[in-house]
Design a protein around this ligand. Structure first.
Ligand SMILES: [Zn+2]
Length: 395
């Protein structure tokens, strides 16, 4: 397996049983619960080829001195990386700099700034606030390409990558996300989670790394929290629970075979076990405890012990509670019509939606037209993997 494709292995693997035929990183939406756009007061004028630096934040006067982030060295490194990247792009592309991020895409700068604000900066800010106390000290590059042809073309031109996943991929050695953003922002936030967690939890085991990243495929982003919602991985998981063929939870946590034969179900099981702790109000506490414990204890069973400590129960009782919760979980996406209609956005803003096209295969494409949120196209798999019935997107 290519080193950069580690977390996207599930893209091509269906959940066992054929109920859900898309796996990791597929689609998903990111909704925001705050009306203002970060950085909106200093929006640059749109234009191709601009590189817009973002000033470092400083400590608030009157408080104890805080660590300034990003540090000057990272600001300078980001500016250099942006200039270097800009020289490799053409006039269809724009670049914006928000250290540690250098974000580029084949789109006008205003649209790129919207993506940067809503799908990179806000999710990163809340992940830092909620989970990650250590922020990156190196530049993270995010490339957002607006169509499959452009995405594949730039992947080849910049990195020589030809066999790329449909939704996008992450090159950890270059700290670079390359995204086919026409498939939705959920994949971007999934990969962003991987790019950020490594600076705070370098020994994170795969099941938790993928579980948390997958949780963020479909989420709402508030002022200081990011909350995962149900998504297309649920029906396949529920079917496996009903059929009694879900692997024991202890096995998922302790066997190093996440990307093996059961990877589709592994993604679903890990995602919803992380979501279970979120629903119980224990996820942040678990994350901090588990990170600190793994720093001292590299045993695979450390996760089991951390969970027992957190819940104050035997693991078998925790697993029973989890399975009961999964069985009764209701999907937050509703089914149904086609054509254009308005959906209730969490911000109480009516966003025009148009179901754009249905490809052969498991994907349904829905569009969020020209909204102020920078959401351009999203997609969801259709029920049962069929391209038939249209689904209403839950934003
Ligand atoms: Zn992943």
């Amino acid at each position: 397996m290519k080193p950069w494709s580690y977390c996207l292995a599930g893209l091509l693997a269906g959940v066992a049983g054929g109920v859900c035929t898309v796996a990791a990183g597929g689609g998903g939406n990111v909704a925001h619960r705050r009306a203002d756009v970060p950085g909106g007061a200093s929006q640059p004028s749109p234009g191709r080829g601009n590189v817009v630096p973002h000033a470092a934040t400083t400590a608030t006067a009157g408080r104890l001195p805080e660590v300034v982030y990003p540090p000057d060295t990272l600001v300078a490194a980001s500016a250099r990386a942006a200039e270097s990247l800009r020289a490799r792009l053409d006039d269809t592309c724009t670049v914006t700099v928000h250290p540690p991020f250098v974000i580029a895409g084949d789109m006008p700068l205003g649209r790129l700034q919207q993506y940067a604000s809503w799908s990179v900066l806000r999710p990163a800010e809340v992940m830092w606030a909620a989970y990650f106390k250590n922020k990156p000290d190196k530049v993270i590059t995010v490339l957002l390409l607006t169509g499959e042809r452009s995405y594949r073309s730039w992947a080849k031109r910049l990195f020589g990558d030809t066999d790329v996943a449909y939704f996008g991929y992450y090159r950890p050695e270059l700290r670079t996300l390359v995204m086919n953003i026409s498939t939705g922002a959920g994949t971007l936030v999934h990969e962003l989670t991987h790019a950020l967690i490594v600076y705070d939890f370098p020994t994170v085991p795969t099941w938790f790394n993928e579980g948390l990243a997958s949780l963020h495929e479909q989420c709402t982003v508030g002022d200081s929290d990011i909350t995962g919602l149900t998504n297309w991985r649920l029906p396949g998981l529920q079917e496996a629970v009903r059929a009694g063929r879900l692997r024991p939870l202890r096995e998922l946590l302790t066997c190093r075979d996440f990307y093996g034969r059961l990877q589709g179900l592994n993604y679903a099981q890990a995602r919803y076990f992380v979501m279970y702790r979120q629903q119980m109000g224990l996820l942040k506490k678990f994350y901090a405890h588990f990170r600190d414990l793994r720093g001292k204890d590299s045993r695979d069973t450390a996760g089991v012990e951390a969970i027992e400590y957190l819940f104050g129960k035997a693991f078998k009782d925790i697993e029973k509670g989890f399975l009961d919760w999964v069985a009764g979980l209701k999907a937050q996406a509703s089914s149904a019509s086609d054509g254009r209609e308005n959906l209730s956005f969490p911000l109480s803003v009516q966003v025009p939606i148009m179901y754009a096209k249905v490809r052969d295969g498991p994907y349904l494409y829905v569009g969020c037209l020209a909204s102020r949120h920078g959401c351009v196209w999203e997609h969801m798999p259709t029920p049962g993997g069929r391209a038939g019935g249209l689904q209403k997107a839950f934003l």
